[in-house]
Structures are given as structure tokens and as C-alpha cells.
Design a binder for this molecule. Structure first.
Ligand code: ADP
Length: 542
């Protein structure tokens, strides 16, 4: 027997329709790439997205076509996304921090047919597009007056282009399982892999994100997605904010502490999200200027582990609640969020920080488990760690073109490549990347735990731990440290600081000091490069 409820396909453009009818006058404020702050509304955004869709169709783009964007978070980028999806196209966000050859590789792999590009990235696009023959059209996010001279083929200023449409267009009728977006993982190991979102997965992900124990947004919120749309869909905010009618504030190309503070303050932002590096810059700006954050209520921090000191500062000095979150491009990206369950509500101070240090628990729509190398489930005891596997309606079931099949199993579990444990209340904590974990005498050592501990020393600016080959134990940990300017902590001092705080056999066998630790395009420590750098290193214990 079937249910007798309506078949109402979950399509992304319905989100914008809803925002325009229920919250039409709500603002979308952007720091434009040209400089000034510009304001629009959900109603206007829908109208302009309809125009973009109408023009894309007129120019011959059709359902399933991949249309790339190389752009910051702005109202224009948002309109283009919805326009692309509304004509049945597939937005393909490109990360401008990758090397030009890598971007060209990705575009060729996806066979992008058109490109929307910000003024900032026109010189970059000029290097890339000639290597991507499938691109037939380039639209520069600006107006005619600011349009640069460019060698880009068939290029036009966005405003001039839009002016040619009246918006008399009906969104394409699509199946909810149709593709609507694409994003490639950064490819720290091997070639980048394409993740393909569907309308259904994006809509469900936005709903998952909105629940109170996840991001918990409402129409009374003002949301500043500092996390870029090209970094895992701005963590879904480009869909979840319009879905609940929250005001949106888009930071454009400026993510320094001063610029972010200005938007937080003048637009009275209540909710924001970004990786830890952004918040380091903001906190430094606040400390230097003595400014406060009277409007901000919540900040979501993820992408890499949120340092304990950061959570403490936001909460204790600025009265802003921190939500530590974990996710991946393959998960649209939200996986877990560390909001507080009633079992932990009484905790204060360090005990509360201990929980917030974890990456959090899964909302409805994300299933997770931890297994050993033989695929046996591990207990949720908060200490036994293993491979973290997930499944759900907004989790990838394959990569574009069939890469990485070994990460997906027959029961639908996706192997995240992260190593984690889960506590009895369901809070997950990442202890490593599977490829980074150190296997010493058959046991696993978490490099992240060691790094977190080392950066707790007041003279340490940054720390990374890698495994070095060892004749007896297979691998032993080496601690690589960047010292704070003007500080000279010694090896013995650092090891002394760590002693007693970890199991004896976890203690690094050696410490080296460097000026810099290499990072990936998304700001994570690049362990592959670091391991190469120390390939021939001999431990004193070997
Ligand atoms: P990219 O490498 O392009 O940033 P993702 O954003 O998809 O790609 O990266 C996902 C990975 O980032 C996760 O598998 C995990 O290793 C790491 N990560 C994300 N959030 C956290 C977090 N809160 N703590 C620790 N690691 C995290």
C-alpha cells in the first residue's frame, strides 16, 4: 500500500521561491568585489536568478550542463547558483586557491561549458580557460563600467548580460534526483575527486542543517557565511538561510579581521561560520582594538579542529556560543555538530570545553560508525578509535567518473578517511586522518591529539606530528614545531610539558623546529609534503 500524499519534488529553486514569497523583503547584503556594500532582497534575487536561467537557456545551455563559478560569496554568486540550478544546470564551484593547472584539470574533468567569474579572478581565468576547450561562454560578475579588457573568450559583464532578459521564465521541471551542483575535493592525495549533489540532497541537507541541535537558524537571524561557497557549499548556508528566511551577509573577497568585524557590527550579524584561521584573525583584531561582539550569538567552527583556546575566548571574553562542527565535501558537508545534549548541560568551564573539543553528534540524516581495519564495529566508549564511516541522504554514493570506489561499501557506508572515537552520548571526536595516523608496534597513535597538546604550550605557534620509520616499532612520532616570534622553547621543555598528559608510548621520539609548516589550499597542514621533507630523517631512538 502506498501513501496518498503529494509527490512534491525537493528542488533547490523551490527554496528561493519560498524565500521570495514568505521573506521577500529580507535583505542580502554583500561586500561587492568592486568595493561598496550593496543590498538586495530575496524577492529581487529570485527575479535575477530567473533572468540568469532564461539567458542560459537562450544561449543553448541545457539540463545537466556543468557551469563553473570562480567567485567569492556575494549576492551575484548566489543568484547565478540558483539560475544555473533553475535551468537544470549543475553549478560547479572552483577553489581559486588551487594551482591554475589543477583548476584546469578539474574543469576539463567536469567538462564545464561556461564560467561565471569575479573581477579578482579574471587574470587567473585568463590562464586557465585557454586550456579548457569545453568553455563556450564567460560571464564576469560586474557591470559594464567596471568590465576589464580581457582575452577571455566570449566574455560579457554580468549586469549587461542580465539586462537583456525580462525574467519571464519558469523553472525547469526536474526530478529531485537530478544533479544540481558539483565540487571537487582538494586532492591532497592523488587527483581531485568530483562530488555531485542532487536537488534532493541539497534540500534535505538544508533541512538537516536548520534543526536547533545543528545550526538552529530562523528568520530572526542574520547569517554571515565567511566559509566560501567554493568550500563545500558554504556549509549549506546558501540554501539553509533562504529556506528559513534569515538575512544574509556576504563578505565578498575580504576575510581579514577588520573587514569581518565591520560586517558583524554594522549588519548586526547573529550567526556566522568559518574555518579556525578566519577566527584567529578576528580574535586578534578584537584584542588589538578592544572591540566587543554585542550582536553575535553563535559561531560555527569546522573544516579543521577548533582549538580549545578559541572556544574559550569566544565564550568567556565575548559571550558567543561556539559550535564545533565536522564535515566533508562528500557530505554536503555537515556531519556532526557539538551542541550540548541535556546529559551535558550542567557542565561548566573545562568540563564543558572537553565536550566542545569533540566534533559533536550527528543530526537526523547522518548515520555514523567506527570500525577497525577488518570492518568490525568499535564500541562507543569515547576511547576506542577506528575508521569513521557514514551514510545518509546527503552523503555521496560515488565520485564523478567512478574514482575512489574503495571508499564505498555494499551497505552504503562511505569511508571518510578520518579516524575517530564516539562516546556513550554519541559525540564523535576525530583523532586523525587514516593516512596520517601513526602505527607504532601495531597500535595507533593520534597525531591530532599530540598536535593539540603541543600547541597548548605558550611558546608554540603551530605544531605537526608525522610518523618516521623506526626499525623496531615500524613508526614513531616526530613533533615539528613553529615557535612563536621571539620565543625559544627547547626540545626538553616541550617534551616535559607533554609528559604525564599522554600515554608514555605516545611521546614523540624527537622534536624539530622549522620556520614554516606547509598548508593545503584549504588551510590544513599538508602532511604529505611534510613527510617528504623528513623522508630521510633519522630518529635518535632508531
Ligand atoms: P578540503 O580538504 O577541501 O577542505 P573537506 O572540507 O571536504 O575538503 O575536508 C574534509 C576533512 O576535513 C574531513 O575529512 C576532516 O579530516 C577535516 N575536518 C573537517 N572538519 C573538521 C574538524 N572540526 N576537526 C577536525 N578535522 C576536520
Amino acid at each position: 500500500m502506498h501513501g496518498l500524499m503529494q509527490d512534491w519534488p525537493l528542488l533547490c529553486h523551490k527554496i528561493l521561491d519560498h524565500a521570495a514569497t514568505q521573506h521577500g523583503a529580507r535583505e542580502i547584503v554583500s561586500r561587492s568585489v568592486e568595493g561598496p556594500i550593496v543590498r538586495t532582497t530575496y524577492a529581487e534575487t529570485r527575479q535575477r536568478a530567473l533572468k540568469a536561467a532564461q539567458l542560459l537557456e537562450r544561449e543553448g545551455f541545457a539540463a545537466g550542463d556543468r557551469i563553473a563559478t570562480l567567485a567569492w560569496n556575494t549576492g551575484r554568486h548566489l543568484e547565478a547558483w540558483y539560475g544555473i540550478m533553475g535551468v537544470g544546470g549543475v553549478y560547479h564551484t572552483l577553489n581559486p586557491r588551487l594551482f591554475p593547472e589543477q583548476i584546469a584539470w578539474i574543469m576539463n574533468h567536469a567538462e564545464d561549458k561556461a564560467l561565471f567569474v569575479d573581477l579578482t579572478f579574471v587574470p587567473l581565468a585568463e590562464k586557465i580557460v585557454p586550456q579548457v576547450p569545453s568553455v563556450k561562454r564567460v560571464i564576469v560578475f560586474t557591470d559594464k563600467a567596471n568590465m576589464p579588457q580581457t582575452s577571455l573568450p566570449n566574455a560579457i559583464a554580468y549586469e549587461e548580460w542580465l539586462a537583456d532578459a525580462d525574467g519571464d521564465f519558469r523553472w525547469k521541471q526536474l526530478e529531485e534526483t537530478a544533479a544540481c551542483g558539483m565540487c571537487y575535493t582538494s586532492g591532497t592525495t592523488g587527483d581531485p575527486k568530483g562530488v555531485v549533489y542532487s536537488h534532493r540532497s541539497n534540500v534535505l541537507h538544508a533541512m538537516i542543517a536548520l534543526v536547533p541541535d545543528a545550526m538552529g537558524l530562523s528568520s530572526r537571524d542574520t547569517v554571515l557565511p565567511v566559509v566560501p561557497m567554493f568550500h563545500a557549499n558554504a556549509w549549506g548556508l546558501a540554501q539553509s538561510a533562504p529556506m528559513c528566511g534569515a538575512k544574509l551577509v556576504m563578505p565578498g573577497g575580504r576575510m581579514d579581521g577588520e573587514a569581518i568585524y565591520e560586517l558583524l557590527d554594522t549588519e548586526k550579524v547573529t550567526f556566522t561560520a568559518a574555518v579556525p584561521t578566519v577566527w584567529l584573525m578576528l580574535l586578534q583584531h578584537l584584542e588589538e582594538t578592544g572591540k566587543k561582539l554585542p550582536h553575535l550569538k553563535k559561531v560555527v567552527i569546522g573544516g579543521s579542529a577548533c582549538p580549545r583556546a578559541m572556544t574559550k575566548k569566544f565564550q568567556e571574553n565575548y559571550d558567543v556560543e561556539v559550535i564545533h562542527a565536522w564535515g566533508m565535501t562528500e557530505m554536503s558537508p555537515l556531519g556532526t555538530l557539538a551542541t550540548i545534549k541535556p546529559e551535558y548541560l550542567e557542565l561548566e568551564g573545562d568540563a564543558k570545553l572537553d565536550i566542545q573539543q569533540k566534533q559533536g553528534f550527528a543530526p537526523f540524516g547522518v548515520e555514523m560508525k567506527v570500525t577497525d581495519d577488518e570492518n568490525h564495529d568499535q564500541p562507543w566508549d569515547g576511547k576506542t578509535f577506528g575508521r569513521l564511516k557514514v551514510r545518509g541522504p546527503a552523503v555521496a554514493r560515488a565520485y564523478y567518473g567512478g574514482a575512489g570506489t574503495e571508499q564505498f561499501d555494499d551497505e552504503g557506508w562511505f569511508d571518510t578517511g578520518d579516524v575517530a572515537h564516539i562516546d556513550p552520548q554519541g559525540y564523535m571526536q576525530i583523532t586523525d586522518r587514516a593516512k596520517d595516523v601513526i602505527k607504532s608496534g601495531g597500535e595507533w597513535i593520534s597525531t591530532i591529539d599530540l598536535e593539540n597538546l603541543a600547541v597548548g604550550h605558550p611558546d608554540v605557534a603551530e605544531a605537526a606530528v608525522i610518523g618516521i620509520a623506526h626499525p623496531k616499532w615500524d613508526e614513531r612520532p616526530l613533533l615539528v614545531v613553529v615557535r612563536k616570534p621571539g620565543k625559544e622553547p627547547s626540545k626538553d621543555e616541550l617534551l616535559g610539558f607533554m609528559e604525564g598528559k599522554i600515554a608514555k608510548w605516545w611521546m614523540p621520539d624527537d622534536v624539530v623546529f622549522v620556520d614554516e609548516i606547509p598548508h593545503t589550499a584549504t588551510g590544513k597542514i599538508q602532511k604529505t609534503t611534510l613527510r617528504k621533507q623528513f623522508e630521510t630523517y633519522e630518529l635518535p631512538t632508531a
